[in-house]
Design a protein around this ligand. Structure first.
Ligand code: ARG
Length: 467
């Protein structure tokens, strides 16, 4: 392949090796090849329509680009740092294949708008894939919640046993977090609705082209209204990174729960072999590596967001070469999000809940002390603060005497509260506690059933929506 730079006309000396190494992006931007060819085809069709290319030149370009797409897919086109980026590789190969018509493809276009349109297309594609993965994930959470509408779980604050909740309620908390990610994903897709192609270097081309046509052809709503903004804008990438971070924060928090809950000390969940690994030295081990790695990958997506923020800060308008680096962060996060969503699905498919252990711990953790305080308010008319103090004293008394709250007898209550207290039969069962919770959004079984129906409706709506 010819090794002349695209800009060789103006230059007499070759770039140094180091400069070439710094300049190249082919090692990471080759993933854009399909988007690049798609955008070039749209551009060429538009140029022909506007009389800038002849029909036979267009035909040659179309043939050539299709062949190049195939060559790259089959790994038959070799990449070289000297040819810098994917755009150059494709253009030079095209010229090699079809001669002068190949050299005309770049009429009324710059690599600045070319790389912008390619990344727009690439991110849009990735978002659509994430969207269907997120929908599947939400479906899985609903399925699990449905199955565990009666399963007892422990709600924690400060990682201390707080109150009994339904497992469905706990799982649906994650449903809503990922559901908001879906909302933000749709927002991010919307931020990609303008087409940068035809902005050329920054001021628009010296040809009467039809930007509406390429925009429509490539599935955008309209061209960017401002050609400077079109090549300088990376806001859609900021949105993408923030989305990636949010998705990963939610994945990471769930993984953190699962790592803790799967320990011998907790034992609330068991993870299947598909998502655990053994130790090379300790035969008894069953490590939640996949959950840990997903937690670790969250850091990476945070880093990529910060990298782009830092890259953009202080860049003068419009295009600067720093922008080439955006793809390093972008492609990495896209790959990680794909893995993250699939990985979490795997974990959910290989998780077994152990409600017996949960029940055991609930009994040990005085999880119904709040219920006791509320009973004193309701039945004995005590102010909540006083009731809270009595319930606290009861917990201390039970702890000191190695008893559970339900074991306390009349004489104990006289000592604790200064009066006799009779609690209704079954008061201290977790199930009765759940039934005492009240109101919309609570963990009362009826409220959870209502919530589940609402989650279902929202998911169906999101599925019907065509972004
Ligand atoms: N590889 C470059 C990038 O990713 C393409 C744009 C080059 N434009 C330029 N003016 N040098 O940003």
């Amino acid at each position: 392949m010819a090794q002349k730079k695209l800009w060789h006309g103006r230059f007499s000396e070759a770039a140094s090796r180091t400069s070439e190494e710094i300049s190249e992006s082919i090692s990471f931007d080759y993933v854009l090849y399909q988007a690049d060819i798609r955008a070039s085809l749209a551009h060429a069709r538009m140029l022909a329509q506007c009389g800038i290319l002849t029909p036979s030149e267009l035909e040659a370009i179309e043939q050539g680009l299709k062949q190049i797409a195939q060559e790259i897919t089959e790994g038959k086109l070799s990449f070289s740092a000297q040819l810098e980026d994917i755009h150059t590789h494709i253009e030079l190969r095209l010229t090699e294949l079809i001669g002068d018509a190949g050299k005309k493809l770049h009429t009324a276009r710059s690599r600045n708008d070319q790389v912008a349109v390619d990344t727009h297309l690439y991110v849009r594609e990735a978002l659509l894939e994430h969207r269907s993965d997120l929908l599947a994930l939400l479906e899985t959470f609903i399925g699990l919640a449905q199955k565990h509408q009666e399963t007892l779980w422990i709600g924690y604050t400060h990682l201390q046993i707080a109150q009994p909740v339904l497992l469905a309620h706990y799982l649906l908390a994650y449903f809503w977090q990922f559901w908001r990610d879906l909302e933000f994903l749709d927002f991010t897709l919307n931020s990609l609705r303008f087409c940068p192609l035809g902005a050329a270097a920054l001021g628009g081309p010296n040809y009467a082209i039809d930007r509406q046509r390429t925009a429509k052809d490539l599935g955008f709503q309209a061209p960017y209204p401002n050609s400077i903004d079109a090549v300088a804008n990376r806001d859609y990438q900021l949105n993408y990174h923030f989305l990636a971070v949010r998705i990963f924060l939610h994945i990471s928090r769930f993984c953190e729960d699962i790592i803790i809950y799967s320990s011998t000390e907790f034992g609330y969940v068991r993870l299947g072999d598909a998502v655990t690994t053994g130790s090379s030295i300790m035969p008894q081990k069953r490590n939640p590596d996949i959950a840990e790695l997903l937690r670790g990958k969250c850091a990476r997506t945070c880093g990529n967001l910060v990298a782009l923020l830092t890259n953009l800060k202080g860049q003068p308008m419009a295009y600067n070469r720093d922008l080439q680096e955006d793809k390093v962060y972008l492609f990495d996060s896209i790959r990680q999000v794909k893995l993250g969503l699939r990985g979490l699905m795997e974990i959910l498919h290989h998780i077994h809940f152990e409600p017996a252990r949960v029940r055991e711990n609930l009994a040990r953790g005085f999880a119904l002390a709040t219920d006791l305080a509320d009973f004193l308010v309701r039945e004995r008319g005590l102010p909540f603060r006083e009731a809270h103090a009595i319930a606290g004293a009861a917990v201390r008394y039970a702890e000191d005497n190695n008893l559970r709250l339900e074991d306390l007898a009349a004489k104990d209550w006289r000592q604790i509260a200064g009066f006799d207290l009779e609690l209704p039969e079954g008061f201290f069962t977790p199930e009765s506690s759940l039934r005492r919770r009240q109101g919309y959004g609570s963990t009362h079984p009826d409220a959870v059933a209502e919530q589940l129906a609402e989650a279902r409706r929202e998911l169906d709506r999101a599925k019907d929506y065509k972004p």
